[in-house]
Design a protein around this ligand. Structure first.
Ligand code: FES
Length: 127
């Protein structure tokens, strides 16, 4: 269960020039916020391959490239190029009075060890 989306400040627009990506930590999530040739975007930071930080990646036009093994994501949608069924979450971005604002859906609360073990036990009895 997650709460309603929250709008969080990601810094001044002039501090995010074209070709840059930075990490935003908000609402329990890690978000890669960047500027691809004037198009501001916000994608989930965690690469779907092996968890590389997309905020540490580089931009190739409107494509964000993971620094680990070069998976490529369309900044407009979060979809992986060549495999559009795979996508990282994409969050709305707007600029108000020079401030970059990102609307983030809060992450669900972490599960306790008790919940993890109970789920594991249920899976074992379902077989
Ligand atoms: S972790 Fe991103 S491409 Fe492997």
């Amino acid at each position: 269960m997650t709460g309603p989306p929250v709008e969080v400040a990601a810094g001044r627009a002039e501090e995010l020039p074209a070709g840059t990506v930075r990490l935003l930590e908000a609402a329990g999530r890690r978000v890669a916020v960047g500027n691809a040739g004037g198009r501001l975007f916000a994608l989930d930071d965690t690469c779907l391959h092996r968890g590389g930080s997309l905020a540490c990646g580089h931009l190739d036009g409107e494509v964000l490239v993971c620094p680990m093994h070069w998976w490529r994501y369309d900044v407009r949608s979060g979809r992986r190029l060549g495999q559009p069924g795979l996508a990282v979450a994409s969050y709305p971005v707007r600029v108000v009075d020079g401030e970059v604002l990102v609307t983030v859906t809060p992450a669900p609360p972490p599960r306790s060890w008790r919940e993890i073990l109970l789920d594991h036990a249920r899976e074992g009895t379902a077989r």
